[in-house]
Structures are given as structure tokens and as C-alpha cells.
Design a protein around this ligand. Structure first.
Ligand SMILES: NC(=O)c1ccc[n+]([C@@H]2O[C@H](COP(=O)([O-])OP(=O)(O)OC[C@H]3O[C@@H](n4cnc5c(N)ncnc54)[C@H](O)[C@@H]3O)[C@@H](O)[C@H]2O)c1
Length: 318
């Protein structure tokens, strides 16, 4: 299982987790397209030097890389990234969809463009780059090539296990990326493409600079998992792997909990009675949040977590 000689496009590879992935893949012998427009956390601005710096680092270590400053949420840019990989290195074997932005606000304060833009980078960007890569791969498959190809998407604990208050846009987009991973794994197997997803948690980058917690890890912890999923011969497809420190867990997705059954279509009263009398145990969302993150916040009581979250939501926001 190896990425040696394979060409990998990593989006958002100029900083944080993506940068660590680009360096790890290059050290393992991959040709890397380092995509990053060098934007601010909220997607504004841009700095071509961010991608160039990672390319320089890789080359200084003897690796092969080129920079790309396209925006993953722009359909044409996404197509150009794929074409760039093929032009520079002869083929593209793996896409690592890692780019993301954040605008965190209580939902009643979140503006329309702040919702759309975050979803566009994470969700549409993942689709756009995957779409253009898949068109290239289908053409190669129909021309008779039989080569392992792979997509590695990036979701988040905020979206799967512990969607966070203030992250309507980000959490929803990350959950959608996990769902799309399954769809694309089903669709693309017929021409030899594996599609998996990593879901990091508690990694100290600029995205998490404001999140308290001593158990945060450096961005390097995700890279070996991505290089494994990118490797020729990796057997996995359709999987979402949660990565927290050195723990890597296969997600089982949504699963059914307690249920009530009826031979007849439910009436509202009958359903209310069934939930009451059968004693269906439902988990309060703040209990779930306390289980997922209370330890990191140093809080064990649900009431304390709820108070901290509500205080945060009611801080003045622009
Ligand atoms: N840090 C964590 O704890 C954590 C947890 C869960 C998931 N993630 C996910 O990991 C990935 C990387 O996050 P990070 O913490 O390294 O963030 P980061 O902000 O350090 O890096 C993200 C990079 O993406 C780039 N980017 C933004 N918009 C782009 C666009 N339109 N096109 C191309 N590139 C763009 C940025 O310029 C930036 O360099 C994201 O998908 C994020 O959702 C991170």
C-alpha cells in the first residue's frame, strides 16, 4: 500500500491539517498539487504565498509539488486544479478535499451570505473537485486503464458526533460531506474509485484557536490516516474515520434508537401516549454535548455546559 509515484491534489493545503497532509504525502513519495488561495478563516482576502511556501518546503525536502491558488467553490477553478495535476504530473490519482472556512454565529444572527459561503467551500467545493476528477477518471477507465483512484473527504466532529452551537453552516456542511462520501463510494466503484472521509476532532489550528482544551493535538495526527486511505491497495471505501489524537475509529453513522410501533397509522394522541407510557428514553442535546466535549471543557455537569454555551451565544457579535 503506497502513494509513491501517485499524484495527489490536496485542497486547502497551505495551512493546518492540509499542509501536514501535503508534507506527509510528499515524504511518502507522492507528487502533490498544493491548492490554497490563502484566505482568512472566513474566506475573505487571499495570499498566493501560502501555497508557494508549502511547495518550497516540500521541494527543499526533495519532494515534488506545484502550487495552485484556485477556489474550490468555483466550478471552473475546480476543473483547472484537476487539469493542472494531469498537465504537471501526467495523471491524477487522489483528491484530498480538505478546504474549509468558518463563520461562527448564533443562527438568528447568521446572515444569508455567511451561511452560503461556508457551505459553498466545504460542501460544493468537495463536490466540484470530486466531480472534475471523476470525469477524468471515467475517461481513463473507458480508455482501458485499470488504476486505483481515491477521494479522501474531510468532515468534522462538529457535524457528526458533536455538532457545535454557532456552527449551523459548518456542521451541516460537514454532515453533508459524510453523506456524500457514501453516495460517491456507491457511484464511483464501477470505475475503480474508492471514496472515504476523515473526521478530525480537537486539532489545534487557526480554526480552533478560540476553543479551550488542553487535549488538543497538533495537525500532524490526521496525515498518516489520509496517506493510508490514498494508498494504492488500500481496501477501504465508503468509510468515515474519526480521528482524535492517535485514536482512529470507524463511524457507524446514524443508527436507530428506541422505537414505538403501531399496526395502524399513528394519531397524534396515540403517538404522544406511546412516547410517554413506553418511556422512550431520548437524549437531550446538551447531555450529548456534555458527553462529547465536557471533558475537554473541564465540565462534567450538563447545566454547566449549557450555561457556558448560552453565555457564548449571547456575547455581542458583529
Ligand atoms: N482543526 C480541527 O480541529 C478540525 C476539526 C474537524 C474538522 N476539521 C477540518 O479539517 C480541515 C482543515 O482545517 P484546519 O483546521 O487545518 O483549518 P485551516 O484554516 O488551518 O486550513 C484551511 C485551509 O483551507 C484554505 N481554504 C479556505 N477556503 C478555500 C477555498 N475556497 N479553496 C481552497 N482552499 C481554501 C484556507 O486558506 C486554509 O489555508 C477542514 O476541512 C476542517 O473542517 C478541522
Amino acid at each position: 500500500m503506497s502513494v509513491a509515484g501517485r499524484t495527489v491534489l490536496v485542497t486547502g493545503a497551505g495551512r493546518g491539517i492540509g499542509r501536514a497532509e501535503a508534507l506527509h504525502l510528499a515524504a511518502a513519495g507522492a507528487n502533490v498539487v498544493v491548492n490554497d488561495p490563502g484566505v482568512e478563516i472566513d474566506g475573505r482576502g487571499g495570499d498566493a504565498g501560502v501555497a508557494d511556501a508549502v511547495v518550497a518546503e516540500i521541494r527543499a525536502l526533495g519532494g515534488r509539488a506545484v502550487a495552485d491558488t484556485g477556489n474550490v467553490a468555483d466550478w471552473e477553478d475546480a476543473g483547472r486544479m484537476v487539469a493542472r495535476a494531469v498537465d504537471e504530473f501526467g495523471d491524477l490519482h487522489v483528491v484530498v478535499n480538505n478546504a474549509a472556512t468558518e463563520v461562527n454565529k448564533g443562527m438568528e444572527r447568521l446572515a444569508e451570505d455567511e451561511f452560503d459561503d461556508v457551505v459553498a467551500v466545504k460542501l460544493k467545493g468537495t463536490f466540484a473537485v470530486s466531480h472534475h476528477a471523476a470525469r477524468h477518471w471515467r475517461a481513463r477507465f473507458e480508455a482501458g486503464e485499470r488504476t486505483d483512484r481515491a477521494i479522501v473527504n474531510t468532515a468534522s466532529g462538529s457535524g457528526l458526533l458533536n455538532p457545535l452551537p454557532t456552527q449551523s453552516n459548518y456542521a451541516a456542511a460537514n454532515a453533508a460531506v459524510a453523506a456524500m462520501t457514501t453516495v460517491h463510494a456507491l457511484e464511483l466503484r464501477r470505475f475503480g474509485v474508492r471514496v472515504n472521509c476523515v473526521s478530525p476532532s480537537m486539532v489545534r489550528t487557526r480554526l480552533t484557536a478560540g476553543v479551550p482544551g488542553e487535549r488538543m493535538t497538533g495537525p500532524d495526527v490526521v496525515a498518516p490516516v489520509v496517506t493510508y486511505l490514498a494508498g494504492d491497495g488500500c481496501p477501504l471505501t465508503g468509510q468515515v474515520l474519526s480521528v482524535r489524537g492517535t485514536s482512529v475509529a470507524v463511524n457507524r453513522g446514524w443508527s436507530l434508537g428506541p422505537r414505538v410501533e403501531s399496526d395502524e397509522p399513528w394519531t397524534v394522541d396515540a403517538l404522544a401516549d406511546a412516547f410517554d407510557t413506553v418511556g422512550v428514553e431520548v437524549v437531550d442535546p446538551f447531555d450529548a454535548l456534555t458527553t462529547a466535549l465536557g471533558g475537554a471543557l473541564g465540565l462534567s455537569r450538563r447545566e454547566d455546559v449549557e450555561a457556558v454555551v448560552n453565555a457564548q451565544l449571547d456575547l455581542p457579535q458583529n
